[in-house]
Design a binder for this molecule. Structure first.
Ligand code: G1P
Length: 297
């Protein structure tokens, strides 16, 4: 298969963000800012670096700010240009995909991640597509490929379905989809089974599925049935599991540092991490963080 064979990505952005209230009362959680970029922008940048050209956002009520973010802001661009801030204008324009490369579909009912992806089914061609959960930011190792690019490369080699996986502490397995790993070669492994949000006792391993997927349209055969799984929701993990034995399914233990920005501690950690790397503010952030730590003992 030709390199960079995956061209379309789905980003589910319909979630309520209730863990971040009141911040998310009038603002989508995907627009929460890590230093100077909204969460959703990190996912889009990672996808573009992996060769993705077409984006499908599965949105919900109150998410218009996401659409505006990926569009022109004429007043702002005009005012900045008048003030000679051309590089800022260029930078803002570079955020936008080409016309027609971005589409939005509504998930009217919050029935789960599998249902969100199913809502985009008519917008896909019959070819592999990516899914990125924007709550999760993965910072590549210096000079290395992004997480989705590592998945696309594995897909070029294996075809089928490819999932990003990572170890989590045993006591955390019930928050994730957990895989049963088979034969492992380097950082790639065959997947023999998977279960959504198992108890620590039921979990087949402590390797969790972590927010980046290369999927096949075959998963819609299962999602069409609307079967409810863990938590009464239509689960993407169950739709993938339904294809075990029917096509290759692999995991990639990706290189890079993951931040779960769906949790407050992950979100604060991401701000600290990217603040400490940001060329304009790194030194000041380091000084301030050190001072605060010393004061708080
Ligand atoms: C979703 C998936 C789960 C995965 C997790 C990654 O769960 O259903 O399999 O491990 O994302 O963060 P959620 O966090 O939406 O409950």
């Amino acid at each position: 298969m030709a390199s960079g064979s995956v061209k379309t990505a789905i980003l589910p952005v319909g979630g309520l963000g209730s863990r971040f209230l009141p911040a998310t009362k009038a603002m989508p959680k995907e627009m929460l800012t890590v230093v100077d970029k909204p969460l959703v922008q990190y996912a889009v940048d990672e996808a573009r670096a992996a060769g993705i050209e077409n984006f499908i956002f599965v949105t919900g009520r109150g998410k218009a700010a996401i659409e505006d973010h990926f569009d022109h802001s004429f007043e702002l661009e005009h005012t900045l240009a008048d003030r000679g801030k051309n590089s800022t204008v260029e930078n803002m324009r570079s955020i936008m995909p080409e016309p027609g490369q971005i589409a939005y579909v509504r998930q009217q009912d919050p029935l789960g991640l599998g249902h969100a992806i199913w809502c985009a089914r008519h917008m896909l061609r019959d070819e592999a597509f990516a899914v990125l959960l924007p709550d999760i930011i993965i910072d590549p190792v210096a000079g290395g490929d992004g997480c989705l690019k590592q998945l696309v490369d594995a897909h070029d080699d294996f075809g089928g379905i490819v999932l990003a996986v990572e170890e989590v502490p045993r006591e955390r397995v019930s928050s994730y989809g957990i895989i049963d790993p088979g034969k492992t070669t380097g950082n790639r492994l065959e997947i023999r089974g998977m279960v959504e949000k198992p108890s620590a006792y039921e979990a087949p391993s402590n390797l969790c599925i972590t927010g980046r997927y290369i999927l096949s349209t075959e998963i819609f055969d299962f999602l069409d049935k609307g079967v409810r799984g863990a938590g009464g929701e239509i689960q993407l993990t169950d739709a993938i599991a339904d294809n075990l034995g029917k096509m290759p399914i692999h995991g990639v233990r990706f290189s890079g540092r993951r931040f779960d920005c769906g949790s407050k501690e992950g979100f604060v950690a991401a701000n600290l991490h990217f603040g400490l790397k940001h060329p304009e503010i790194a030194e000041k952030v380091k000084r301030t963080a050190t001072e605060i730590m010393q004061q708080q003992g």
